[in-house]
Write a protein that binds this ligand. Structure first.
Ligand SMILES: *Cc1c(COP(=O)(O)O)cnc(C)c1O
Length: 390
């Protein structure tokens, strides 16, 4: 065997995003023991950093030792018991994944299905909750499969009105658009590290309300997933008299998350949100200047995930292959019903810079030209630059 040397790539797909040199450097610091007092200090720092990041001062916040899907699984498995009713809003791939998990947890699952590319309709969700007592309402705040933002404040309010606990997928939203767990009064929120936090994949920060913690303590049956059982997990992350061995924390990955939080707080969370919004506007102006169209209505768009319609006669996969081969640029493909019909362009965290926007427009126009689609790269860059100068 030989050492693996990855190529240098520019990551503008649906995640992972570019990881900054600072975070990469933090990952390579010496490994220490997970019960070392110094490491415990790091764990406390991460817990309070996550409370600040989620705006969840009264929630328990910890990173799970696995990617965003583990946060989703932990949310479903901890809050649902066999026979519980769960209403799940599905407007893309990740809502569908939550419904599958809830079904595996033995819950009675009611999905509220939406056309891909549209936000969750709070009135339809409320109608489903009004039909019968419901334990959990779950939805995705930022649906990465379509590039759509849903109104988390309204949906959490609907859950409260009907006495249901809310599960909110903030994997792609956290760090890119406002996530206000206290303001929403949300119960269980989970995220991931490789989207707008720009750390490597492999950790899932979660936030649990007091109501959610009480519901988990009051379960009639044990949580079926041992690693993600929040009662056990908190004996490790909990602090007071805790720190009993549960699993071995992914020590270096936590150095990376910690550094990513330091980087984000140095910039300022609000400044990062404004940066994502500005670069999104510049990218969209450039794409439209090149003659392309967006899938999602302007009011529902996510700045960090831009879904672009593939023009007639253009081979979706060939364009991605071209930009990867010639520009080392990774763009995302469509999923499910959008397969072959869209590209997904991520502007997440460290991948949300003017340089990334210009590179993407230049590379995309070249790839489109190779397919016989006349994209005017000068017009695209001029439109994008004009937005950035405004
Ligand atoms: C990426 C993503 C996930 C899954 O995260 P992984 O880290 O890939 O497991 C879940 N939900 C949404 C909205 C995502 O974008």
């Amino acid at each position: 065997m030989q050492s693996f040397q990855p190529p240098r790539r520019v990551l503008m797909g649906p995640g992972p995003s570019d990881v900054s040199p600072r975070v990469l450097a933090a990952l390579s610091r010496p490994t220490i023991g997970h019960l070392d007092p110094v490491f415990q200090g790091l764990m406390e720092d991460i817990k309070s950093g996550l409370q600040r990041l989620f705006n969840a001062p009264d929630h328990a916040c910890v990173p799970l030792p696995a990617p965003g899907t583990a946060g989703m699984e932990a949310a479903i498995m901890n809050l649902l018991e066999p026979g519980d009713r769960a209403v799940i809003a599905v407007n893309g791939a990740f809502g569908g994944r939550m419904a599958d998990m809830a079904d595996r947890a033995g819950a009675t699952v009611v999905t509220v299905d939406h056309e891909w590319g549209t936000p969750v309709d709070a009135a339809r969700v409320e109608a489903a909750l009004a039909e019968a007592p419901t334990k959990v309402l779950a939805f995705v705040h930022a649906e990465t499969s379509t590039g759509v933002r849903s109104d988390a404040a309204s949906l959490c309010a609907v859950a409260r009105r009907h006495g249901a606990l809310s599960i909110v997928d903030c994997v792609t939203s956290l760090g890119g658009i406002a996530v206000d767990v206290a303001g929403w009064d949300a119960d269980l929120v989970y995220s991931g590290t490789q989207k707008c936090l720009s750390a490597p994949p492999g950790l899932s920060p979660i936030a649990l309300s007091k109501r959610a913690q009480a519901a988990i303590s009051a379960r009639k049956t044990k949580v079926r997933n041992w690693l993600c059982d929040f009662n056990l997990l908190m004996s490790y992350w909990g602090g007071d008299g805790g720190r009993t061995y549960h699993h071995t924390a992914p020590i270096n990955a936590l150095y990376g998350l910690h550094e990513a939080l330091v980087v984000l707080f140095e910039e300022g969370q609000q400044a990062a949100i404004v940066r994502h919004a500005r670069l999104h506007e510049a990218l969209v102006a450039g794409l439209e200047g090149a003659g392309l169209k967006m899938l999602v209505a302007p009011k529902d768009r996510l700045p960090q995930l831009n879904t672009v319609l593939v023009p007639d006669g253009v081979d979706e996969a060939a364009v991605r292959t071209h930009v990867l081969a010639n520009w080392d640029l990774e763009l995302g493909a469509g999923l499910g019903p959008l397969k072959g019909k869209v590209w997904r362009i991520g502007l997440m965290g460290a991948s949300a810079t003017p340089w990334h926007v210009r590179l993407c427009l230049t590379a995309l126009c070249e790839a489109l030209a190779a397919q016989g689609f006349k994209a005017d790269v000068k017009a695209a860059l001029a439109a994008s630059d004009a937005k950035l100068a405004a």
